[in-house]
Ligand binder design. Structure first.
Ligand SMILES: NC(=O)c1ccc[n+]([C@@H]2O[C@H](COP(=O)([O-])OP(=O)(O)OC[C@H]3O[C@@H](n4cnc5c(N)ncnc54)[C@H](OP(=O)(O)O)[C@@H]3O)[C@@H](O)[C@H]2O)c1
Length: 281
């Protein structure tokens, strides 16, 4: 296999304005790909597009809110108009919200998480498929270990990522006859803006303290991007990062025990932290 499998390949990356998406774009630019960068923050996208173009590649910023089906359609059309082909779609845009389900004041936030993480993926994929069939292209969906292993206090996020897996695994079979691959990436923690933006039940982002969970050993966005692009080039089905295999395997053989461990290690500390924060208000 070529050491630059994405050279002169046309790629769309959603959620490209920060974190893993941005790192994917920069790695793709280094390989000479043509990139359509999508997210809502136009300024960040323009700066990134300029940076990519300085590496002598074609890169365009296409401000897009992936919760809007019409904007997703327009994103795919714009990339096709610019590049004349589409070789890979990376559905990476994602958000999260935490809290006990019963404590959310209503379901608006729950639906928003589903809209970004799941329907954003569905909309972009739906409009891209006919173009990807012409190039025997690739679909890459950035999920999470939470798409394989349930986590309390995160019902909307976990449900949205499980939905991404069901969608991807079914679609993979539909597209296998036309040579389009579907790769699902399940990162563990990655140093990005994700945990700063992670919202509480009222929609308030966690802020800089969200980064407290990272250590020196936490994977960087660039490392995650490198693993992702390698897996997509090999048309792998799924990549589990960090303790992914262990969690999935344990859940398969002892689901009740895994529930107990997860409740002790995740749910109880999360509820304690939330109560402590509330008492300080
Ligand atoms: N970081 C982790 O530990 C981790 C672990 C497992 C999985 N993941 C997954 O990795 C993916 C990338 O997240 P990240 O860690 O790189 O977080 P991040 O730095 O917060 O990036 C999230 C990206 O999604 C975009 N986005 C959010 N809402 C959007 C919308 N409505 N329309 C279009 N774009 C939208 C954001 O851009 P704008 O705000 O400009 O729209 C941003 O570019 C997500 O799917 C996340 O679930 C992350």
């Amino acid at each position: 296999m070529s050491d630059k499998p994405y050279q002169n390949k046309a790629v769309i990356v959603t959620g490209a304005s920060s974190g893993i998406g941005r790192a994917l774009a920069l790695r793709l630019a280094d390989q000479g790909a043509w990139i359509a960068l999508a997210a809502r923050d136009a300024q960040r996208l323009n700066t990134l597009a300029e940076k990519c173009c300085r590496r002598s590649v074609k890169a365009i910023a296409v401000p897009t809110d992936v919760t809007d089906e019409a904007q997703c359609k327009a994103l795919i059309e714009r990339a096709m108009a610019e590049f004349g082909r589409l070789d890979m779609l990376i559905n990476n845009a994602g958000i999260g919200a935490t809290g006990l389900l019963e404590e959310f004041p209503n379901l608006t936030l729950f639906k928003r998480v589903m809209d970004v993480n799941f329907y954003g993926t569905v909309y972009c994929t739906y409009y891209a498929v006919k173009h990807l069939k012409l190039t025997q292209g690739r679909i890459v969906n950035i999920s999470s270990l939470g798409g394989k292993a349930p986590l309390p206090y995160n019902t909307s996020y976990i449900a949205s990522k499980h939905a991404v897996h069901g969608f991807s695994d079914s679609l993979r079979m539909e597209l296998s006859r036309v040579g389009v691959s579907v790769t699902v990436i399940c990162p563990y923690w990655v140093v990005t803006e994700f945990h700063e933006r992670l919202m509480d039940k009222d929609g308030t982002p966690r802020g800089p303290q969200g980064r407290a969970i990272y250590s020196k050993k936490t994977m960087t966005a660039d490392q995650c991007a490198a693993i992702t692009l390698k897996a997509a080039s090999k048309r792998k089905r799924e990549v589990l990062m960090g303790p992914g295999w262990l969690a999935v395997w344990l859940r398969m053989i002892a689901p009740g025990l895994m529930d107990k461990i997860t409740i002790e290690m995740v749910l109880k500390p999360a509820v304690r932290r939330a109560k402590k924060a509330q008492s300080k208000e």
